[in-house]
Design a protein around this ligand. Structure first.
Ligand code: A3P
Length: 290
């Protein structure tokens, strides 16, 4: 395994193999019943996926294993050499409705999702916690570019130089489009504050209705404590030559406000100033502590 390089695709730095397969990825056409889960990396993708998967299986964790709806890395496994099937191949073998994850910024999402009016769930997380989580992920994910020292990493995040590009453009892009494209826009902090309320919100958006008891069960099964011991959620099924959990576990802290243990006062000041400039007058209701 080696650390991949980034390559520019329409102004966004993507992992090189994704950039190389760009034509087939952008030509991918989903079924109208497919669901897209979109996030900036480390905003709560796995958490959202797990909730959706359980809702689609009536809270039955065993059924989730037997008949998965989730394609965990559809546009990433495309990099795997044969005989490992690419993400697009995996997708083609599954019958819709499928749950497809992406970290692509909205302008790069394959047009078929909009043409077919697919449902889209977007999960956003406050910038500083998102950045801290990404930093530790880049340390443990040996296929991602080396994060380098913390201070430089903060600057790269601010400049949009990490894989999948600018966090600021990402969260703003989906926010602007959410009414017109019927996107359910969720916040990690809301999920922490009141998981049941957010699970119900997802349930309603998907047009599902599960009994109260099942809802409670899903909330329990998707808590950080339970998910961190679930091999499908903690990614221990990925060989440790790719994800080195001894450097940092995938399910690391699962907290709001962990940024305070990483940012120096100077970094906070610099970051906040730049944040105000980049976010301008946008009204996205982010919270960095609860
Ligand atoms: P931390 O690194 O801050 O712990 P993604 O799935 O988008 O890669 O995001 C991973 C982040 O979400 C990690 O954050 C992980 O711990 C957190 N996470 C995953 N499941 C969670 C849950 N059920 N509750 C709270 N946080 C969760």
């Amino acid at each position: 395994i080696h650390r991949l390089k980034l390559k520019d695709v329409h102004g966004v730095p993507l992992l090189e193999p994704i950039a190389q397969s760009w034509e087939s990825i952008s030509a991918f056409c989903p079924d109208p019943s497919d669901l897209l889960i979109a996030t900036y990396p480390k905003a709560g993708t796995t958490w959202t996926q797990e909730i959706v998967d359980l809702l689609l299986h009536d809270g039955d964790a065993e059924a989730c294993k037997r008949a998965p709806t989730i394609v965990r890395n559809p546009f990433l496994e495309i990099v795997a050499p044969p005989p490992v099937p690419s993400g697009l191949e995996l997708l083609s073998r599954m019958t819709p409705p499928r749950v497809i994850k992406t970290h692509l910024p909205i302008q790069l999402v394959p047009g078929g999702f909009w043409k077919n009016k697919c449902k889209v769930i977007y999960t956003a997380r406050n910038a500083k916690d998102n950045l801290v989580s990404y930093y530790h992920f880049d340390r443990m994910n040996l296929s991602h570019p080396d994060p380098g020292p913390w201070d430089g990493y903060v600057r790269k995040f601010m400049k949009g130089e990490l894989a999948w590009g600018s966090w600021y453009d990402h969260v703003k892009g989906y926010w602007r489009a959410k009414e017109e494209r019927n996107i359910l826009y969720l916040f990690y902090e809301d999920m922490k504050e009141n998981p049941r309320r957010e699970v119900e919100r997802i349930m309603r958006y998907l047009g599902l209705s599960v009994p109260r008891g099942v809802l409670e069960k899903i909330v329990r099964l998707t808590s950080f404590e339970v998910m961190k011991d679930n091999p499908m959620a903690n990614y221990t099924f990925i060989p440790n030559i790719v994800f080195d959990s001894s450097v940092s576990p995938f399910m690391r802290k699962g907290a709001v406000g962990d940024w305070t243990t990483h940012f120096s006062p100077e970094q906070t000041e610099l970051f906040d100033e730049d944040y105000a400039r980049q976010m301008g007058s946008t009204s996205i209701p982010f919270r960095s502590s609860i």
